[in-house]
Design a protein around this ligand. Structure first.
Ligand code: HSE
Length: 400
C-alpha cells in the first residue's frame, strides 16, 4: 500500500471496539484514515446516534465499494467474521481483525490464504488488548530461546478477581461493573469459563512456537465455580487467584497449553497485575523472564491496537510466522503433563473422578472439601464437562 494514500476503511461492527476506533480516529486526523462505511445489524439505532457515518446491514455494500482499501472486522459472530475476512482477503483487501475465536479456529487456513493472496491479515488487537504481544513475538522473540509464554489474557476475569480480592466485592457486583465498563464479551461465559483466554493462547502459541493447536485439544477451566472457601484458602496462603493461559515448551521439545486459575504468590510479576490489565511473562533461555503489561480490555485500549495494525498495513507489514520455519523440529503438542493443583470438591466420587497421581494434603468438613495433589492435564481434559456439572473448582498451585 502506498504509505501516503488515504486509507478508506470498511468497518464491520460498531460495538465497544468499533465505536472506540471511531472516537480514536477523531483524535488522530493526521493519520489520514477515514471510515467509509460501517456494516452493523441494527442500522437505524447507529445511524441516529452517529449521523456522520454511513451505515449498512449488507456486507456486500462494504466489500463491493471500490473506494474501500482496508477492512476492519470487529464483530462478535465468529462464523460471520470468518466469511467477511476470507472474502476480503480473496479480493486482496488487507484486513485488521480482533476476532480471537475466529482466528483460533481458522489460523492455518488464514495463514495460507494471506500467502496465496499476498494480502496481510493483522490481529494484534485479538490478544491482550493494547499490549503488542503478537508483534513482539513475531519481531523480537523470533528465535529458539523461548521456553514459555504465560499470562493473564482476559481483562474481565482479572477485573472481577481484583475486585473480589482487593475490595471484597461479590461476584455478581464485580461482574455487573465489568459489563458496564465494556470489558465482558456479549456472552460472559466466554470470559468466565476461560474460552476467551484459550483463543488468545492458541494465537500466541502460534507466534511464539510456530505450532497450531486446535482449541478443543486444550484443557480450559475458568473461575465460574470459585467460591468464598477458595478465596479464604488463597488469602490464608498469602496468594491470589489469577486466570492464566500457559504455553510451555518442555526440555524434550513437547509443547503444553492450558488455561486455568493459578494460586499466585506475592513474588510473581503477575501477582500485582490488577483490574482489566493483562500481563504476559515471556520466559527464555539466557534472558530469564520478561513481563509485558497493559490494558487488556475496553474500547479505547483495544482500538489503539487496531489503529496500530492499520498503520502497519500502510507500511506493508505482514506477519511472517517465522517460528513455523525454524531450523529444528517444531515442538510436539502434548497433554501428558502433571502439575500440582488445589481442588475443591463435594463428594468422594468427585475425588475419584480426578484420578490424582498423588495427594499431599486433604481437608474435609461439612461444607468444604479440598485436596492438594498432582493432576494430569489429559485426565482433566477428558472430564472437563463433569467438572463443570459437579461445580468442582480446580486451580494450579505451584510450589513457591
Ligand atoms: N472480554 C475480553 C477480556 C475483551 O475481558 O479480555 C478483550 O479481549
Amino acid at each position: 500500500m502506498n504509505n501516503k494514500k488515504l486509507i478508506k476503511i470498511g468497518l464491520f461492527g460498531f460495538g465497544t471496539v468499533g465505536h472506540g476506533l471511531y472516537q480514536l480516529l477523531h483524535r488522530v486526523p493526521e493519520a489520514s484514515l477515514v471510515i467509509s462505511r460501517v456494516c452493523v445489524r441494527d442500522v437505524t439505532r447507529h445511524q441516529e446516534e452517529t449521523p456522520e457515518l454511513i451505515f449498512t446491514s449488507n456486507p456486500r455494500e462494504v466489500l463491493d465499494d471500490p473506494e474501500i482499501n482496508l477492512i476492519v472486522e470487529l464483530i462478535d459472530d465468529a462464523d460471520a467474521a470468518y466469511r467477511i475476512v476470507t472474502d476480503a482477503l480473496r479480493r486482496r483487501l488487507p484486513v485488521v481483525t480482533g476476532n480471537k475465536k475466529m482466528l483460533a479456529h481458522h489460523l492455518p487456513e488464514l495463514i495460507e490464504l494471506q500467502k496465496e493472496m499476498k494480502t496481510p491479515l493483522l490481529y494484534d488487537a485479538s490478544a491482550c488488548g493494547s499490549i503488542p504481544v503478537i508483534r513482539n513475538l513475531e519481531e523480537y522473540y523470533d528465535n529458539d530461546l523461548q521456553i514459555s509464554v504465560k499470562g493473564i489474557l482476559n481483562g474481565s476475569c482479572n477485573f472481577i478477581l481484583s475486585k473480589i480480592f482487593n475490595e471484597g466485592m461479590d461476584h455478581a457486583e464485580s461482574l455487573r461493573l465489568a459489563r458496564e465498563l465494556g470489558f465482558l464479551e456479549s456472552d460472559p461465559t466466554l470470559d468466565l469459563d476461560g474460552w476467551d483466554s484459550l483463543f488468545k493462547l492458541v494465537i500466541l502459541a502460534m507466534h511464539a512456537f510456530g505450532v497450531y493447536v486446535e482449541p478443543e485439544k486444550v484443557f480450559c477451566y475458568g473461575i465460574t465455580h470459585m467460591n468464598d472457601h477458595d478465596i479464604r484458602f488463597a488469602r490464608e496462603k498469602g496468594r491470589r487467584f489469577k486466570l492464566l493461559g500457559l504455553a510451555e515448551k518442555l526440555p524434550d521439545n513437547r509443547l503444553t497449553l492450558s488455561v486455568l486459575p493459578h494460586l499466585i504468590s506475592r513474588n510473581k510479576f503477575i501477582y500485582s497485575c490488577e483490574d482489566e490489565f493483562n500481563g504476559v511473562v515471556i520466559k527464555g533461555l539466557f534472558y530469564g523472564k520478561q513481563f509485558l503489561v497493559g490494558r487488556g480490555a475496553g474500547g479505547h485500549p483495544t482500538s489503539s491496537a487496531v489503529l496500530s495494525d492499520i498503520s502497519a498495513i500502510r507500511y506493508d507489514y505482514f506477519y511472517r510466522y517465522k517460528r513455523m520455519e525454524c531450523a529444528g523440529p517444531l515442538p510436539q503438542f502434548s497433554n501428558d503433563i502433571s502439575f500440582r493443583a488445589y481442588v475443591r470438591y463435594n463428594t468422594e466420587d468427585d475425588l475419584d473422578l480426578m484420578q490424582f497421581e498423588e495427594i499431599y494434603e486433604r481437608y474435609v468438613s461439612d461444607d468444604y472439601h479440598y485436596a492438594v495433589g498432582r493432576l494430569n492435564l489429559r485426565r482433566l481434559l477428558d472430564i472437563r464437562e463433569h467438572l463443570a456439572e459437579r461445580k468442582i473448582f480446580v486451580a494450579a498451585y505451584p510450589p513457591d
